[in-house]
Each structure stands twice: as structure tokens, then as C-alpha cells.
Design a protein around this ligand. Structure first.
Ligand code: XMP
Length: 508
């Protein structure tokens, strides 16, 4: 399979670059600059390398560099932003600070005819973001683009197939960015675009049929997109040698447990064990109000229940996990401050004894996982569903968790989701939160003292930052009216108008 290396120098767009490359049918792999050597690059057979942007200045002592031999490895290189300056630096060009004339945002760029700009008009709009710029083009290179304040907006050494662009072709604001990436991949690197999801399914199934023949395989299924797709894919490969364990902690959304069971057991004929552990989780959570403590208890109980069930099933050789590419990339980056200890079934292997872990989706982005899911015949409602946190409604019930509260929240949440879906409003994530506030209301002629529910809906690409969704008032009104009418103990509904940051998506 053809592949492109996205060499990450700390830019914010590394994953976006890889996705843009894959959208063109070419497999892209992200590696931090300090986690791969020139020797490994040469041996891996990459068709081309993209140097990403980064926040540094090439002359800073602490700035990320790379072996200059990469420019003579016979592999085409496209440097973007900092990557462009680094190509210039490694090839002995000159870089300067633009000082007060640094450029940000949409900028008109003029390009010269060359392989990278094939089919790109002489003048178009690009997305610039830089302080430094290449002031002296290295020997062998020529300037192929300029803007009003950046004399070298792009450069090329066409003989060595080395390119650099100061702007960002991967963002949609660069009008011909996709065309430029296409030119680099197909015109310069000679790729043919052989990365297709059908091939991925076929190859993955063949691979695991061979590797796991006769082995017993276990999968912790949460009903979320990633573990569902991983389970169905592995079921194709190993059939009844796969057993899925679905731990129902009693903090799922309305009807969710039954839906998961129906889809996998009836729809796919898979061996699925649903463990009803509501009582166990709720009793452990009784009286606990501290958010991190709730998360820890749930994570821990998941492992215990899973272990106990696995013992009943008997020894399994392999464990399937729904790890996807952003998880792999993020974990390779070192840790940032822990805002919330996110819980996934990813905690399992450390405490259990398996011959190996199988992660069939570890090379895929979320949208690719969804495409695979649809091709495998998993219902669209499940594949396209919004994210749902591992600890479930526990992080949406503020204060102590009880069965009554969970039931109340389940009803309110289902109504909110129904109303949004009926109105065709599809935020990235939307749900209800049961606050621990009670307030006075009036119903008929009587005073009420009921719970306050908060509605939350956010719009985001990556969930790292998020904007609150501007839901039409009439949709909010319909949800509020139905919730207060249909859910007995709720007499007040509020809408959360906070973005992330400063808030997070979930309330806990
Ligand atoms: P926050 O609240 O951190 O959430 O802004 C960002 C995204 O992550 C989801 N989330 C979780 N997902 N296990 C998960 O699998 C968790 O423990 C967890 N906590 C939050 C959240 O729903 C949102 O999509």
C-alpha cells in the first residue's frame, strides 16, 4: 500500500493534513519528528513526506529539527508553514522574522507554473499564518509563489522534488489547497490512490482470519461507534470464536441496552453476553458526589465485571479494542494536564492476561470508521450516532446518583433528542443534564418543588473546543414544554450557553 508520512513538528493541523491526504485515496501516517529516524523513513517506503507546521522559529535552540539527509533521500517533500521554513533551513536558505508585517488569515497569492500548482490559477486566496518567512531561497530552489508581504510564499527544487509552502493548503480557506495536495500526491509523488475502505475491510478480515485461526477472542462492547465497528469487523474474520461482553451499568440512555442487544444478537447473530450490572454500579456509587470519584468507581467496576464474566466464559487468547487513529496519535504525544480521567474499556489489558490485543481500527480516523461501519451493514442510526461517554449518565447527574434520578434524566434526555431530531437540528453532541438544583414552580393551582434539567448542545469538529449550538427557540420551547409536562419531577428547564473552553462538553 502506498503511504505518505506526515512528519509532525508540533503543528495544530497534523491530523487535518493526514485526513486531507486520505480523502484523496492515499494512506497517511502521522509520526512526531523525534519518534522516527531517517533510516526508518527510508526503510518504510514512503511515497512522500509532508512536514507539518509548528509554533517555533527555526533558529530557536529548542525548535524541532530533522536530519538534513531527508532532503537527499529521493523522497518528495512538501513543507507546510514551519515545515516550509525548515526545508529552507536544512537546505541552507535564510529565514527572517517578518516582525510587524506578519500575515494571518486569507491572503491573495500569485503562483508560477510548476508541478505543485498544476491547474491552479495565477491568483487565488490562501490561508496564511506566520511570523517568520523565507528571506533567502536555498541553492537549487526557486520561488514559485508570493503574496504582497511574503516574497517567498512557496518554493521548489523540482529536480529533487522538494516543495515548501508558507500557507496552509490543508484548510478549506485555501481555495485551491485540495488541488495542490492532489498535485503533490499524484503529480509529484506518483501515487495512484489505492486507499479504499472496501479494500481495508477485505484485507483486515483476511489478515485476522489467518492470524487468529482457532483462537478465542473477546471484545468489550460498549455500543459506541468504535467498539461496535471493531466487533462486527472481527466477527467477519473469526465468526463464533468471538464473544462480546456488553456491560450494562444502568446508566445508559433510554432503550440503549435493548437496542445494542438487538442489533448485535439478532441483526448480526453474534455471541453477545449482556451483563445486567445496574444494581452493582448504583450501590457502589451511592452517596458519591465528587465527579472524579464517580469516574474512578465506574472505571474500576467495568474492569471487575468484565474480569468476572471472562472467567465464566473461559480463557480467551485475544482482546479486541476499538482504538482509533486519533487515540494512537494523542497517546504518542505525551500527556497534557488531566482535566477529566476519560474512561474507556482501554483500561482492561493491564489487569488481564491475554496473548495479545487486537486493534483493527487503529489506523482509521472517525469518519473512516463510520464508513467501514456502514459498509459492514451496521444500522446508520448506530454508526452516525453522537458520542456518548463511557461513564454514561453518571457524568450528567450532578450530585448523588440514584436510580430515580437516572430514570428521570433518561426521560428528559430522550425527549430533547426526539425534538431536535424531529426538527432536523443535528448538533455534534446534544443531551440533557440533571442538575442538583431544585426550585419552586406552579402547576395548576399548586406549588411544586422540582428538579432543574439543563439542555446541552455543542457544535465542534474535534471536541477539543466546542461552541454552544444556536438551537431555534421554537425547538427549545417544544423540548421544554414536553419535558415539564411528561417528566413528573422536573419543573424547570434551562439551556447551557457556554462554549468549551471555558466549560467542558459534559458537566462532570
Ligand atoms: P469533555 O466533557 O471533556 O468531553 O469536553 C469531550 C468529549 O469526550 C466525551 N467524554 C468521554 N468519552 N469516556 C468517553 O469515551 C469518557 O469518560 C468521557 N468523558 C467525556 C464527551 O461526551 C465529549 O464528546
Amino acid at each position: 500500500m502506498e503511504k505518505i508520512l506526515v512528519l509532525d513538528f508540533g503543528g495544530q493541523y497534523d491530523q487535518l493534513i493526514a485526513r486531507r491526504v486520505r480523502e484523496q485515496g492515499v494512506f497517511a501516517e502521522i509520526r512526531p519528528y523525534n519518534k522516527i529516524s531517517l533510516k526508518e523513513i527510508k526503510e518504510a517506503g514512503y511515497r512522500g513526506i509532508v512536514f507539518t507546521g509548528g509554533p517555533n522559529s527555526v533558529y530557536d535552540e529548542a525548535s524541532p529539527h530533522f536530519d538534513a539527509g531527508v532532503l537527499d533521500a529521493g523522497i518528495p517533500v512538501l513543507g507546510i508553514c514551519y515545515g516550509h521554513q525548515l526545508v529552507a533551513y536544512l537546505a541552507h536558505g535564510e529565514i527572517k522574522s517578518a516582525g510587524s508585517v506578519s500575515e494571518y488569515g486569507k491572503t491573495e497569492v500569485s503562483v508560477k507554473p510548476c508541478a505543485l500548482f498544476e491547474g491552479v490559477p495565477e491568483k487565488s486566496v490562501c490561508w496564511m499564518s506566520h511570523t517568520d518567512y523565507v528571506s533567502g531561497v536555498p541553492e537549487g530552489f526557486s520561488v514559485i509563489a508570493a503574496t504582497a508581504s511574503c516574497p517567498c510564499a512557496a518554493m521548489a527544487d523540482e529536480r529533487r522534488r522538494l516543495y515548501g509552502v508558507q500557507f496552509h493548503p490543508e484548510v478549506t480557506h485555501t481555495e485551491y489547497g485540495a488541488r495542490m495536495l492532489h498535485n503533490f500526491l499524484f503529480g509529484v509523488c506518483g501515487c495512484s490512490g489505492d486507499w479504499k475502505m472496501d479494500d481495508f475491510i477485505e484485507k483486515t478480515v483476511e489478515r485476522y482470519q489467518a492470524e487468529l485461526a482457532g483462537k478465542r477472542v473477546l471484545c468489550a462492547l460498549s455500543g459506541g461507534v468504535d467498539s461496535s465497528v471493531a466487533a462486527v469487523l472481527m466477527h467477519r474474520a473469526v465468526g463464533d470464536n468471538l464473544t462480546c461482553v456488553f456491560v450494562d451499568h444502568g446508566l445508559l440512555r433510554k432503550n440503549e441496552g435493548d437496542d445494542v442487544e438487538r442489533v448485535f444478537k439478532t441483526g448480526f447473530n453474534m455471541k453477545l453476553i449482556r451483563v445486567d450490572a445496574e444494581e452493582r454500579f448504583l450501590s457502589r456509587l451511592a452517596g458519591v458526589t465528587e465527579p472524579e470519584k464517580k469516574r474512578k468507581i465506574i472505571g474500576e467496576q467495568f474492569i471487575r465485571v468484565f474480569e468476572e464474566e471472562s472467567r465464566v466464559i473461559g480463557h480467551a487468547d485475544y482482546l479486541v479494542q476499538g482504538t482509533i487513529y486519533p487515540d494512537v496519535v494523542e497517546s504518542g504525544k505525551g500527556d497534557a494536564a488531566t482535566i477529566k480521567s476519560h474512561h474507556n474499556v482501554g483500561g482492561l489489558p493491564s489487569v488481564m492476561d491475554f496473548e495479545g490485543i487486537v486493534e483493527p481500527l487503529r489506523d482509521l480516523f472517525k469518519d473512516e470508521v463510520r464508513e467501514v461501519g456502514l459498509k459492514l451493514g451496521i444500522p446508520e442510526a448506530l454508526v452516525m450516532r453522537q458520542p456518548f461517554p463511557g461513564p454514561g449518565l453518571a457524568v450528567r447527574i450532578i450530585g448523588e446518583i440514584t436510580k430515580d434520578k437516572a430514570d428521570t434524566l433518561r426521560e428528559a434526555d430522550a425527549i430533547f433528542r426526539e425534538e431536535l431530531e424531529a426538527a432536523g437540528v443535528r448538533p455534534s453532541q446534544y443531551f440533557a443534564v440533571l442538575t442538583d438544583t431544585q426550585s419552586v414552580g406552579v402547576m395548576g393551582d399548586a406549588r411544586t418543588y422540582g428538579h432543574t434539567v439543563a439542555l446541552r448542545a455543542v457544535t465542534t469538529d474535534d471536541f477539543m473546543t466546542a461552541d454552544w449550538t444556536r438551537i431555534p427557540y421554537d425547538v427549545l420551547e417544544a423540548a421544554s414544554r414536553r419535558i415539564t409536562n411528561e417528566v413528573r419531577t422536573i419543573n424547570r428547564v434551562v439551556y447551557d450557553v457556554t462554549s468549551k473552553p471555558p466549560a467542558t462538553v459534559e458537566w462532570e
